[in-house]
Design a protein around this ligand. Structure first.
Ligand code: MTE
Ligand code: QUE
Ligand code: MOS
Length: 805
């Protein structure tokens, strides 16, 4: 049952994997383009399509008035599918052009005349905060007496941390194809993490019922959170054209338009103060998070909630007051991105750890280790007890395996040599820094109703099996994991089980594949369904075992079966209680009697007997997480089913002449429970870390003063390349067989390792601190070369202060 790779790996590497725009064009299919705003804030006075409609090949132009219902939004329905009276951001969709071919579409788009009256935009968190432009209200999570404890604390540090957004940079841009069916329904192929939301937005926008909209997601060329909410309007555009003209239609964004139009990771501005004692033990934390939500709510309030819930990270904070406010600006609506709000809360507290250490002149690792959740210091500020806590072990093990203490000495000695000018060679003139950070990522949607999943498991008469769930495949391997879970239950080899494309006509009311919960929720549901089938098959097996082979249904069917050779109903059809099977072993495509191990039947022979005896070979499973009781109003309760934890030591070099950063070595340790597929998990861990590395170092979103994204292609927006991979990259998983909370003892992996990239960011601060002997620096995220250089030599750059760096 070894499947070290993704189910799609062979077709990925041969280029045969089909994405939306690889789908063959259907007869009469139209190309749909979006005309979007070039200004951030304006009154929309008129859309003149007369010239565009004269272009040969342009078939139609649609505006806001063409939708039955204009408003959509995953949490709050505050966003128009197309701008109506007011424009709120650069890139906001204004109208759609449908054309016979790409050339006509390009020309038609150019000929649309938009009349606006430009209004002043609000483009920063600070400005929105001053003007009190908010989305939702300020929320608080509090425990103890943070203000009092802060006053009495022996020492205090404080800071303001600025965190920029990041583009998802999935390789497949947003895309959708809509096909009108002969029965009045519409089939929508979408690159989306949340097919049910696509179905809902299309149905609502076009005034249809959910039963008449089928959303199919075969796979995405990456999602990373960017296709959780924002795929829905794109699909609605294709569907509107398809429905109005009764012709298939597709919308395919190019990279530049995708980057300009779609929201990114929310930028954050965080004010914090920490009170602590001589040992560096934290006594109080007071933090105010402000995020840039952009022009519409999207998922920003849930993202803020997760930032607040991760402001403790791995550390026990007896007195805490954590507040969060989402600001409304005239930027693209920011959205989910791997880690959701988590990375922002964790960045704040991990920076505070470095500041405390620097202030007390002790090692930052010691500060972290002392504050780590341990023993009866195990209750979070939101009142959830940290159970099965492996954080101390993760810290201790990595301290040793990474040779943290020795390398700390070596780095100090190295930097002293660099600073004394005793090095002449190129490389050895580089400063070095090192830092260890941790992650404790809460697994569950903090919105309770999303913590459910359903699955359909079908077994055919030949013993092969097909599975359908609400999970969407975006390269993370959820299909492979679910397949392997079902293989394990039914004892089938890899080539006998397939996961079907996700579709809303097979699985309804699904949650987004998000919050790292895809396998947990959908895999659990598939296991429930597969166990129901196994229960029934066990009944058939018992029947076959007790009946001479020549009287089996397959030998007598067609002749008229004698009464004693029929399985007695209703036994196999009773809604068999899901239970571990005791009498038969399902393994290697065979079913063997436990009591009589010499008796076995092949799985396919058994399924054939079941079919002939009119026993159902398919089933449905529904799963929900029990015990979650987080209360959004009080900010207290059990928010998460469990935590995924890890620690990471990153060592960087910083060039004192250019500010260039290189990651020399990364040692990363995680507890992923009992992985279903270790190869996939390691891929997620390394990929997430490196994706995070881009966010904290080189991915610098650059906007003009009037809110236009200028860095909208790989030539101006620097994602990590093969050159940026740590020169030494040691990744290990903690053996943890004791985790029984989740399905098969596994733990979610998708997002948590991204947060460990923060050790690279804190290591850069450490190199700068050692390089200039000043207090721990305040370097924004991303710590670009320019910013690192500026932090290293603040006096020399004073002249440039105020520039957009
Ligand atoms: N891995 C790949 N290759 N591509 C992706 O788009 N998305 C990430 C993570 N890993 C992503 C990925 C995000 S944001 C999440 S929430 C999880 O995968 C979702 O999938 P899962 O719940 O099945 O882990
Ligand atoms: C993590 C997440 C999500 C979340 C909460 C998390 C997420 C998401 C929602 C959400 C919240 C309210 C809604 C809704 C979705 O919450 O991805 O439809 O009404 O979509 O902790 O990843
Ligand atoms: Mo992931 S940000 O929860 O899609």
């Amino acid at each position: 049952m070894k499947s070290p790779h993704l189910d799609s790996a062979p077709t990925h590497v041969t280029g045969l994997s089909e994405y939306i725009d690889d789908r063959p064009f259907l007869a009469g299919e139209l190309h749909v383009g979006i005309v979007f705003s070039e200004v951030a804030h304006a009154r929309l006075l008129a859309v003149d399509s007369s010239e565009a409609l004269k272009v040969p090949g342009v078939v139609a132009v649609y505006t806001a008035n063409d939708f039955d219902h204009l408003m959509w939004g995953t949490i709050f329905q505050d966003q128009p599918l197309l701008a109506k009276d007011e424009i709120q951001y650069v890139g906001e969709a204004i109208c759609l052009v449908a054309a016979e071919n790409k050339e006509a579409l390009a020309l038609g788009r150019k000929k649309i005349r938009i009349k606006t009256e430009v209004l002043p935009p609000v483009l920063s968190i600070r400005e929105a905060r001053d003007r009190k432009m908010f989305i939702g209200s300020t929320r608080t999570i509090a425990r103890g007496d943070a203000e009092g404890a802060m006053k009495w604390a022996r020492h205090r540090i404080s800071g303001t941390l600025e965190i920029q957004g990041a583009d998802h940079f999935y390789l497949e841009s947003h895309a959708a194809q809509a096909i009108p069916l002969d029965n009045g329904a519409i089939e929508v192929h979408s690159s989306a993490q949340h097919p049910t939301e696509v179905q809902h937005v299309v149905a609502h926008g076009l005034g249809m019922q959910s039963k008449d909209v089928i959303c199919i997601v075969k796979r995405m060329g990456g999602g990373f959170g960017g296709k959780e909410s924002q795929s829905a309007p794109i699909a609605a555009y294709a569907a509107l054209v398809a429905r109005r003209l009764n012709r298939p239609a597709r919308v395919i964004l190019n990279k530049d338009d995708d980057m300009i139009m779609t929201g990114k990771r929310n930028p954050f501005l965080i004010d914090y103060e920490v009170g602590f004692d001589d040992q560096g033990m934290i006594q109080a934390l007071n933090v105010q998070h402000f995020s840039d939500g952009g022009a519409y709510a999207d998922l920003s309030t849930s993202i803020m909630e997760r930032a607040m819930l991760h402001s403790d990270n791995a550390y026990f904070i007896p007195n805490a007051k954590i507040q969060g406010t989402v600001c409304k600006t005239h930027m693209h609506p920011h959205t989910a991105f791997r880690g959701f709000g988590g990375p922002k809360g964790v960045a704040m507290i991990e920076r505070a750890m470095e500041q405390i250490a620097d202030y007390l002149k002790i090692d930052a690792y010691d500060v972290r280790r002392r504050n780590c959740y341990e023993g009866d210091r195990n209750v979070t500020p939101y009142g959830q007890t940290v159970e099965n806590n492996v954080l101390p072990e993760l810290f201790d093990r990595l301290e040793k395996s990474s040779r943290y203490r020795e390398r700390r000495q070596e780095i100090q000695a190295h930097n002293q040599k660099v600073l004394s000018g005793r090095f002449k060679g190129q490389d050895s003139g580089l400063l070095r820094g090192m830092s260890m950070t941790a992650v404790k990522f809460g697994i569950s949607f903090t919105t309770r109703f999303l913590n459910q999943g359903n699955a359909l498991v079908i077994v055919y008469r030949d013993g092969s099996c097909a599975i359908s769930t609400g999970a969407t495949e975006m390269g993370q391997g959820v299909n492979t994991r679910i397949r392997m879970l079902v293989q394990e239950i039914l004892g089938l080899p890899e080539n006998q089980v397939r996961v079907m494309p996700t579709a809303t006509d097979k699985n309804a009311n699904t949650s987004p594949t998000a919050a790292s919960s895809g396998t947990d929720l959908n895999g659990s549901a598939a296991v429930i369904a597969a166990k129901k089938i196994r229960e029934r098959l066990a009944v058939v097996a018992r029947f076959c075992e007790n009946l001479p082979r020549d009287r089996w249904a397959s030998k007598t069917a067609g002749l008229g079966t004698e009464k004693e050779a029929q399985i007695q109903f209703p036994e196999p059809h009773s809604d068999a209680k899901v239970d571990e099977n005791r009498d038969y072993i399902f393994k290697d495509g065979k079913v063997t009697s436990r009591k009589n191990p010499s008796w076995s039947i092949s799985f396919s022979e058994l399924t054939n007997e079941a079919y002939l005896n009119r026993v159902s070979l398919s089933d449905y499973g529904h799963y929900r997480i029990e015990g979650l009781d987080f209360n959004k109003l009080t900010g207290q309760g059990r928010a998460f089913m469990y935590y995924t934890n890890g620690t990471c030591v990153t060592e960087v070099s910083v060039d004192p002449l250019t500010g260039e950063v290189k990651v020399l070595r990364t040692d990363l340790l995680m507890d992923l429970g009992r992985p279903i597929n270790e190869g996939l998990d390691l891929g997620q861990v390394t990929g997430a870390y490196i994706q995070g590395l881009g966010w904290v170092t080189t991915e610098n979103l650059f906007y003009s003063k009037d809110g236009k994204l200028l860095s909208h292609s790989p030539s101006t927006y620097k994602i990590p390349s093969v050159q940026d991979i740590p020169r030494i990259f040691n990744v290990e998983l903690l053996p943890n067989l004791g985790n029984t909370t989740n399905v098969r003892g596994t733990k979610a992996v998708g997002e948590p390792p991204l947060l460990l990239c923060l050790s690279a960011w804190t290591a850069i601060g450490d190199a700068v601190r050692q390089g200039n002997g000043k207090p721990y620096p305040n370097i924004k995220i991303p710590a670009t070369s320019e910013r690192v250089l500026r932090a290293l030599k603040p006096e020399e750059f004073a002249a440039w202060e105020g520039g957009n760096a």
